[in-house]
Design a protein around this ligand. Structure first.
Ligand SMILES: COCCCC[C@@](O)(c1ccccc1-c1ccccc1)[C@@H]1CCCN(C(=O)[C@H]2C[C@@H](N)[C@@H](O)C2)C1
Length: 339
């Protein structure tokens, strides 16, 4: 069951980075929304009709109108979800949610407080968490769990393809219940999740060129479809950036001299029994702005406080190179070469 993902433009800071999202509908008659399918969270929320239009981010996005859906079930419990960028608040409602043609009766949040930063930059309306039930706020059963319990999927897994070349190839594809051989080559190699109800694994090392410099003792790593970039502890990423000659920009983020890009080393992530290199083509964003070339490096420093951190986050840039299957049946994540 396929969901074609769309994707939008790229500029330096993460909020302008590549955003991947797909369409769902809620209610009868169907109200359509674009959502990020996010393995880093486990709740569904969309902007609410009762969000004050004074919230620009609500005003500029599709809003769910309970009064217009005759399958809406009232709930009203308060809801708040915390992201790295701030939190989204609202209240719970229940209605029919359709993902890739599969209808489920789903408890979700109607957002009534949506911070302008970053959501005025969102090309999507809301977020559909693809995380484990253990990570769900208010113990709400996540959408994918409701779909699995219908017994309609061949496999209890989902796969993500993110296009590396958005200008020429569609943004991506989410497959519920299997993989799409059109988008990967070769075989899958698997890494077990840490078994704490997160799409998180133990990475065995991070190398720059031939040298394994970081995470030599093993480190927590999240495979996150809802992040654009690759983030790591500031102590490691700052050294990594110095090694490739990247300089930090004012608004956050790193750039390199475009003339040097071709000589940059690969950065390799050691997961399970495989090494996953990203070449400079994978991790440098080459753009021309106002006639001059800007080469942005898609690594970011992110220090999350314990227990969540220290953590590396492999986001869209990694998934675009390595087609990823999230296997709930075997609690493992599989990677294959993306087309
Ligand atoms: C690949 O597509 C990425 C989608 C964009 C994500 C994002 O770039 C974004 C950009 C513009 C407007 C809103 C949001 C955004 C903000 C919050 C939730 C979902 C999307 C996020 C910016 C802040 C850091 N970041 C996360 O913490 C993300 C990490 C992830 N796991 C989420 O839980 C929050 C990514």
């Amino acid at each position: 069951i396929r969901e074609t993902l769309k994707e939008t433009g790229v500029t330096p800071a993460e909020v302008f980075a590549t955003q991947y999202f797909g369409e769902i509908s809620i209610g009868t008659p169907a109200q359509v929304f674009n959502v990020v399918f996010d393995t880093g969270s486990a709740n569904l929320w969309v902007p609410s009709q009762s969000c004050s239009p004074l919230y620009t981010a609500c005003f500029t996005h599709n809003r769910y109108d309970a009064s217009k859906s005759h399958t809406h079930i009232q709930n009203g419990t308060g809801f708040s979800i915390q992201y790295a960028s701030g939190n989204v608040r609202g209240f719970l409602s229940e209605d029919i949610v359709v993902v890739s043609g599969i209808p489920v009766v789903q408890v979700f949040a109607e957002a009534t407080v949506l911070p302008a930063i970053p959501f005025i930059f969102a090309k999507f309306d809301g977020v559909l968490g693809m995380g484990y039930p253990e990570a769900a706020i208010d113990g709400i059963t996540p959408v994918f769990d409701r779909i699995m319990s219908q017994g309609v999927l061949k496999e209890n897994s989902f796969s993500v393809y993110y296009s590396r070349d958005p200008e020429h190839i569609p943004g991506g594809e989410l497959v519920l219940g299997g993989t799409d051989p059109n988008y990967y080559m070769g075989s899958f190699h698997y890494v077990s999740t840490k078994g704490e109800g997160k799409w998180e694994v133990i990475m065995k090392g991070v190398s720059v060129g031939e040298e394994t410099l970081f995470c030599t003792e093993g480190c927590n790593t999240m495979i996150d479809t809802g992040s654009s970039y690759i983030t790591g502890p500031a102590s490691s990423v700052s050294i990594l950036m110095k090694m490739i000659g990247a300089v930090e920009l004012a608004e956050g983020g790193y750039t390199v001299n475009c003339d040097l890009v071709m000589s940059l080393p690969s950065v390799t992530f050691h997961l399970g029994d495989q090494e996953y290199p990203l070449t400079q083509e994978d991790y440098v964003l080459w753009q021309s702005q106002f006639g001059e070339d800007i080469c942005t490096v898609t690594f970011r420093e992110l220090d999350l406080p314990p227990p969540a951190g220290p953590v590396w986050i492999l986001g869209a840039k990694f998934i675009a190179r390595y087609y990823t299957v999230f296997d709930r049946k075997n609690n493992r994540i599989g990677f294959a070469q993306a087309v």
